[in-house]
Structures are given as structure tokens and as C-alpha cells.
Ligand binder design. Sequence first.
Ligand code: SF4
Length: 359
Amino acid sequence: MAKPTQFAIRLLRWHEGIDRDLPWKKNRNPYQIWLSEIIMQQTRVAQGTPYYLKFVSEYPTITDLADAPEDDIMKLWQGLGYYSRARNLHHAAKTVRDEFDGDFPTAYKDILSLKGVGKYTAAAIASFAYGLEYAVVDGNVIRVLSRYYGITDAVDQSSTLRFIQEKADLLIKGSDPSDYNQAIMDFGALQCTPKSPNCAICAFEDTCTAYQKELVSIIPTKAKKIKKRTRYLHYLILEDSAGRVIIHHRREKDIWQSLYDYHCIESLTDTQLGEEEIRKDVLDNFGLEVESIIYPTKAYKHILTHQTLYGQFYQIKVDQISNINSPYLNIDQGAIPKYAMPVLITNYLDDTKKDKLFS
Ligand code: SF4
């Protein structure tokens, strides 16, 4: 067997005594490791941990998760964002139930074949659950290795990523894969941090190229700037005097797919909708007459990675709501809390205490 690399020896020595007390650590259960990895993508530990605990408690096995209705999973995920993760989680759980007899796959290529599982997640599961020698390369590891090797090429280019993955695959050789992967991720999270890495007291202070060449502040570099799009969403909350309300199931390929919101008119500006426009829209879409409109007094801002959203909510009384077709639902106001809704909507509901009034 290969001897551990000098890099790994120093890294693991640094890691001794580091104990990030996270509920999924030291866990060898592949289902729970997978859950934690998916939940923690693009998510802070403090935000993700309660979700992880809720999922493990609600769905103790992957078959429990596979058998659950999608609406229940989306509701449990509500507030965590990046909702495609929840849909992929459900899809992958069903694959494991149907194609692997409910046993989480043990081979790297089978793990990688699950929906929503990329190379990083597959390596994390393979190494933490099964001790297989696959090096994780996530944002933390990219930062550490690009600084260590003084890589000034953009790390969002596939050729640079391939180079970093090759280095990572060499560095892990001869070490316990689980310990090594945990150590390098912790090193990126705690020591070689994005903004203020602790270079003066670092295990690699004499071998780190970026530190030696005073390049730490400019590495890693990125080529692409994220272009943000601004969207103005005008939500019509249609209610009748019997307490029925119309909600919308978001089936289209857009943000918040599979969640619920209200009927929405999107526009290019934040200018409020006119009364005639609202009356015509409600009549055309639902065959309903508008009785009264309470106009929004403010816009709710919500920032996503690629979009900035401004939501305005119009409370509209209509005549009796009866036959409503998919993707719309006609529900009792008291049932609203049962449906998974995006944070933009729940912020509005919390503000107006509508959910409490309704229940
Ligand atoms: S010397 Fe600084 S940049 Fe280099 S590995 Fe250590 S903390 Fe990171």
C-alpha cells in the first residue's frame, strides 16, 4: 500500500484535536451521509442542521423517503431554497428503492448515477460510508489546493478543475480516505478560509505556493461573473366570502418548481397593476368577477443566486370560487400552512399573520 503523502501527514496532524460537533460526523450510514451532503450544499451548517435532523426523524430509512408524497418532502424542505435538491432527493430515493432493493448502492459508479449526486457527493459517500479512496473536491478543497499549488487559472474552468481533481486524487493515496476527506474539508472551512486564512500559523506555511509568493488574496480566481436578472412578481390573492382561496402549483421549469404560490402576473417594472388589468386577468383566467382590491403597500425583496425578486401582493375579493383547473387549486384558507411555499410568500404571510388568521 502507498505511504501517506507529506501533505496528508501534515493535514491529519493539524486535524487531530479538531472536533466539529456535527450530527452526521463519524456516521457510516450511507443514507444519512447522502442526506447531510445534499442538505448542506450551498447551505450554512447552522441553517441546514435542523433540516437534516427533521428528515432523519421523519424518514428513518431511504424507503420511507421514497414512499413519501412529494408535497410532504417539499413542505419539510420549505425555507431551505434550491428546491431542485429536494426533488432530486426524492427521485434518487425511489431509484434506490426500485433498483437496489432499498439498499444504498456501494459502488462509486452506482452512487454517482443517482439523480442530484455529482462527483463531490459520490466521493463523500464512498469514502465516509465505505472507506473507498475517492477524493472530495468541493469549494473548500478547490480553495485550499489552488492556493497550495499557486494555481492562478480560473477555478470555474473545467481544465483547472480537472487539474485540481488530479492533484486531490494523488494527495489522498495511502491515507484513510474518510479521515483525509474530512480533514481537508475542515481545513478549508476553519483554517484556509475565503477571506482571512490563518497563514501565519499554518501547517503549510513553508510549502504553500500562494503564501510564499504573496498570492493568497487573489487565489482562487474565477472567470465568470454571475449575471443577475431582476423580476417583478405581482401576486393576486383571490379569496371569496366563503373563505376559499386560489393557489397555484408551480409545475413549470422555473424557480420553485413543485412548490405552491398564488396566481402571478410578472412584469418588467415595479409599477403596480391597474384595476382594469386585474379585473380582465381574473375574468380571463378564472371566469371570476372582482369585488374589491386591496393594493400592496410594499414590495418584498428576495435574492437568489441568479435572480433578484420583488414580490407585491394584492388581496382581491372575488365572487364564488368553484371550478378551478390545474395548475390552480381551490382550497380553504385554513389549509394554506399545509402547502410548501417559497420564502418570499411565507414572509408576506408572516407579516400579515394571514396564516394564523386562516388557521
Ligand atoms: S498558508 Fe494560508 S493560503 Fe496556504 S494553505 Fe495555509 S492558510 Fe491556506
